[in-house]
Design a protein around this ligand. Structure first.
Ligand code: SF4
Length: 387
């Protein structure tokens, strides 16, 4: 069955980063005479640089990366799988992370001191991770302490957060979670305390608490760091079981209930499959909800002829559609929905990073300071010890 490319929007094109300001955006240019990504010479240069580096380099490709980059990945996966793959290859001197900044930080935390992690474009951040800044989170924690509830609150951070936030969680007896193990992490947390402070994705926190743990929506409150006192009264904080940070994914947050209803009216029998970073009304109206790895498994195991509308990043949905021509796979929204920061890693940046390594220079190295890395590792290790 054919794949219909969603139409693009002016916003998405703008976000895809036409042009840069070298004075303010350090580390986003790849200087040199690199041609456009479509140039066949670039593919040859990437192959040659990778071959020259051999086992000294290991290239990680997140599922949401462009095909032009994914073709050079030694392994593909979600952020946690990729960080573990990097740690399992101590012989690789350089880890080139085709993903976003927080993923490269996690790789640096989990790999040895001798390994160096490279992000081909430093502008590849994550809007969700950027929504939780350490000073804001510490301010919220001070409020909990002043109210006398800090001892009852267990901080839980989604993998999609900065090393600073993971370090905060590790220091305060909390745990990291992924979209695959959020339910287990929350159950563990509610054995340690009566409340959870969930960072930075409000949707994953709310969806897991309500759909998996049976909480009411009214058990959840939203802490907004841009409002005085987080926008919450003392009474609301005292009564809440889930204190959700006001953060979200700018990609998954775009899927709407209208889109679900629209596809159901157009495609009888369609299965709606979405990521738990989507809004609560979208998740509750979908047929299946799960992590990126779950989505891939569902489509791999789906019967021929079945129809699927998928609510996750477009590069992955397109790749699934092309890999399963016997199934009808469509993008849940009609408009384009790339992760604009993930897409900053393109073939010219990858070639530049690899050729710099061949020349003996390490470009755009991502490092996490020792103290932050220590406590972030504590929170990550707690996650690994979950049942
Ligand atoms: S898809 Fe969303 S959560 Fe993932 S990197 Fe992009 S903005 Fe961040």
């Amino acid at each position: 069955m054919t794949w219909d490319e969603p139409s693009s929007t002016a916003t998405a094109l703008l976000l895809l980063g036409r042009g840069t300001d070298p004075d303010t955006e350090k580390g986003v240019e790849c200087p040199g005479d690199l041609p456009a990504p479509s140039d066949p010479g670039l593919v040859e240069r990437a192959r040659a640089a990778k071959a020259a580096l051999g086992d000294r380099v290991f290239v990680l490709g997140h599922h949401y990366q462009r095909d032009e980059v994914i073709q050079f990945a030694d392994v593909t996966g979600d952020s946690f799988k990729l960080a573990r793959e990097a740690a399992a290859r101590p012989e690789a001197e350089y880890i080139v992370f085709c993903g976003v900044h927080f993923m490269a930080e996690s790789a640096d935390i989990l790999t040895s001191d001798a390994q160096r992690v490279v992000l081909p474009d430093l502008a590849a951040g994550c809007s969700m991770a950027d929504m939780a800044v350490l000073s804001q989170v510490e301010k919220a924690w001070e409020r909990f302490a002043a109210l006398g509830i800090a001892g009852d609150v267990v901080p839980v951070t989604y993998m999609n957060s900065s090393a600073d936030i993971k370090g905060f969680v590790g220091r305060n007896d909390g745990v990291v979670c992924t979209s695959s193990n959020a339910e287990t992490a929350l159950r563990w947390s509610f054995e340690q305390g009566s409340k959870v402070f969930f960072l930075p994705d409000q949707h994953l926190g709310r969806n897991t608490a309500v759909l998996k743990l049976g909480f009411e929506l009214s058990d959840c409150v939203l802490y907004d760091p841009h409002k005085a006192n987080g926008g919450l009264t003392d009474e609301q904080l005292l009564a809440a079981r889930m204190i959700l940070w006001r953060g979200h994914c700018s990609v998954h947050g775009r899927f709407s209930l209208d889109a679900v209803q629209d596809v159901r009216s157009r495609v009888p029998g369609v299965n709606v499959l979405v990521h738990p970073e989507c809004r609560h009304d979208v998740v509750t109206s979908a047929d299946y909800v799960g992590s990126t790895e779950y989505i891939i498994r569902m489509i791999d195991n789906a019967p021929a002829g079945s129809a699927w509308a998928i609510g996750t990043e477009l590069n992955l949905v397109r790749r699934l559609a092309l890999a399963h021509p016997d199934k009808q796979i469509m993008f849940l929204e009609r408009n384009v929905c790339y992760c604009s920061t993930m897409n900053r890693i393109d073939l010219p940046h990858l070639v530049w990073a690899l050729e710099e390594l061949v020349a003996g220079r390490v470009p755009n190295q991502i490092t996490v300071d020792a103290q932050t890395a220590h406590y972030a590792r504590v929170a990550l290790d707690r996650m690994l010890a979950l049942p």
